[in-house]
Design a protein around this ligand. Structure first.
Ligand SMILES: [Zn+2]
Length: 354
């Protein structure tokens, strides 16, 4: 990201062993090799303690992926991913159910302090459009209610702070949710805009089972050729396996969300300068010249391309490291999610003083 220093994290090992990082069992072995002792420390810590982590990265930077993978590897029952966006979308169903709606109104009468009358809040939640801005006091009250339901766990908060004026609220958030004595930390994620753009443009989805893949970055095992074009066929064993399709709008890449991305960048810059709260800095790209020294080759996201062999009537698949230009215009390779999570695990151990 322009103007901010996100150090390159070394995840290279001395081992010759290679892993398929898309395979959950091999991924587990991989984490054991790369950060087994740190995972153990975190597991012990989480038996009786928690933390609050604010995930901050641009839209589609992998916030959910990283925190869910962290939970999967470290302690699924002791770690929760809490998305403010999902919470707000969840109110669509709640306000349609009379019993739940009544509970919500009662909760707000007791707990909401702010400028908006409760009838107005309910109108906003019921006829919610993206244009209706829910006040921060309301979002905080609702988040507290949902987090209370999770039981006591370490939480990754995704989607808060969402605006510059919310950054300072986040400094008091753990007090608000009764986590006052637990450590809190900002996790800032740096992903070059080109990576997000390209991922959006090349992702495809199965029209039947909604499995998502990527024709350039994560193909299925079956690729079909017709009239000079290549298509992925869904290979979910539960599915009849149709052609996967680009979702409408995805062909425009980040254009429709550019404003959001600029705002996210501003937020990250602001959080970066916060004093008195520890920060974990994650980056998913490595300058091409450094790659050999700091990563194992299977940690780099591959790029796939296809040619059609007419004489054998078959599609040939080619693989090489995916190279893109970062926000400064330098060539970088992109990391698979697991090495980013290794860096997160090791930095968290440091920050928590374990
Ligand atoms: Zn399918």
């Amino acid at each position: 990201m322009k103007d901010l220093e996100f150090p390159v994290f070394n995840t290279k090992s001395n081992s010759d062993k290679k892993f398929d990082l898309n395979d959950p069992a091999q991924r587990k072995e991989y984490f054991e090799l790369k950060c087994g002792p740190e995972i153990k420390k975190l597991k012990d810590f989480l038996q009786t303690n928690t933390f609050v982590a604010y995930l901050m990265g641009k839209k589609s930077s992998g916030k959910g992926t990283y925190s869910k993978m962290f939970a999967e590897i470290v302690a699924p029952d002791r770690v929760a991913h809490f998305s403010i966006g999902d919470m707000i979308r969840g109110f669509d169903a709640i306000v349609k159910d009379e019993v739940q709606k009544k509970e919500l109104v009662e909760f707000l009468q007791k707990n909401y302090r702010g400028f908006l009358p409760i009838e107005k809040i309910m109108e906003a939640l019921e006829g919610r459009s993206t244009k209706v801005l829910l006040p921060t006091e309301l979002i905080l009250a609702l988040a507290k209610r949902e987090i209370d339901k999770l039981g006591r766990k370490a939480i990754f908060i995704d989607g808060f702070p969402r605006d510059v004026d919310q950054v300072s609220y986040s400094l008091f958030f753990r007090d608000l949710i009764n986590y006052r004595d637990d450590p809190d930390v900002f996790i800032l994620i740096d992903v070059p805009t080109n990576i997000i753009d390209q991922r959006v443009k090349t992702r495809v989805i199965c029209p039947l089972c909604n499995t998502s893949r990527n024709i350039q970055l994560l193909p299925t095992k079956k690729v079909e050729h017709e009239n000079g074009k290549f298509y992925l066929l869904c290979d979910n064993p539960e599915c009849s396996g149709p052609r996967m399709k680009t979702k409408e709008g995805d062909e425009h890449g980040i254009e429709p969300i550019r404003e959001r991305l600029n705002k996210d960048e501003l937020l990250i810059k602001q959080a970066y300068t916060l004093q008195g709260i520890p920060k974990v800095l994650l980056r998913n790209s490595i300058p091409v010249n450094d790659v050999k020294n700091v990563t194992d080759d299977y940690e780099i996201t591959p790029e796939f391309s296809y040619t059609f062999n007419a004489s054998e009537n078959k599609v040939e698949v080619h693989e090489k490291p995916w190279t893109v230009l970062d926000d400064e215009g330098s060539e970088v390779n992109s990391l698979m999610p697991p090495p980013v999570v290794v860096s997160m695990i090791k930095q968290l151990v440091q920050v928590l003083g374990l």
